[in-house]
Ligand binder design. Structure first.
Ligand SMILES: C[S@@+](CC[C@H](N)C(=O)[O-])C[C@H]1O[C@@H](n2cnc3c(N)ncnc32)[C@H](O)[C@@H]1O
Length: 223
């Protein structure tokens, strides 16, 4: 069963909206991106953190889920999965392509994720999204992710370095600054590693990735 909840006002708890340019760029490019995203194999994508991923069923959240490729992969492993995707064309594709996967879909976005205010997750994926979160909103976004992580739970965050598509602006990311902000938000950084891009076009364009695994300590209290 798939389900969609609309974010009624289009803004997160912080009042900040996903950049209109980013949203419009993804809406326009969706017909080309959908097939490309679905070709990526999650097993290869998450290889840098594979040993950290839960094997027993957990409650999982995929933020900026795109077509739901990774959400469906998690669901196939028995996890209960919520997917958040602010771009209607990608969300609709995900609901269609992965109908029957049991994914619950929401229209929401960082930094606020206001629709998820009263829930918590053992595993949160934030893959290839951080470059679209404005630097000034990243600490708030990490605080939101901390609040949504169960004590002992993890956030897997990939950080894109390199140029983005002109109509989907990718803002620069400092990995050391992200590590510092993650700690400030309350997380322990249990992995920091690098990986080449899986997509040839991105490799050719000079794109590379850092991966962070962030853990909320089992004894941590809410901030
Ligand atoms: C490069 S795509 C990655 C999609 C998916 N995670 C994957 O790995 O295939 C970036 C995604 O981030 C979403 N996005 C952009 N800004 C966002 C924000 N502020 N909060 C949540 N998602 C956002 C886009 O709509 C898009 O689906």
């Amino acid at each position: 069963m798939t389900r969609s909840n609309k974010c009624t006002h289009g803004k997160g708890a912080s009042g900040a909206d996903i950049s209109g340019q980013v949203r419009a760029g993804y809406e326009r490019a969706a017909p080309d991106l959908i097939a490309a995203y679905e070709k990526v194999r999650p097993e290869r994508l998450y290889a840098p953190v594979a040993d950290l991923l839960p094997t027993a069923p957990v409650r999982a959240l995929d933020v900026g889920a795109g077509t739901g490729r990774d959400a469906a992969w998690l669901a196939r492993q028995g996890h209960r999965v919520i997917a958040v995707e602010p771009v209607a064309a990608l969300r609709a594709a995900g609901q269609r392509l992965h109908a029957g996967a049991g994914i619950v879909w929401h229209d929401d976005h960082l930094p606020g994720l206001s629709l998820l205010r009263n829930s918590a997750y053992d595993l949160i994926l934030v893959n290839a999204v951080w470059q679209h979160v404005a630097p000034a909103q990243r600490l708030l976004a990490l605080a939101t992710l901390f609040r949504l992580t169960t004590p002992g739970g993890q956030v897997i965050l990939s950080l894109r370095h390199g140029p983005g598509a002109p109509d989907r602006p990718a803002m620069p990311i400092s990995t050391p600054r992200t590590v510092a902000q993650a700690k400030e938000a309350g997380f322990e950084v249990i992995r920091k590693t690098s990986a080449p891009s899986l997509q040839q076009a991105n490799r050719d364009g000079g794109v590379s990735w850092d991966w962070l695994a962030l853990r909320r300590a089992p004894t941590s209290v809410s901030r």
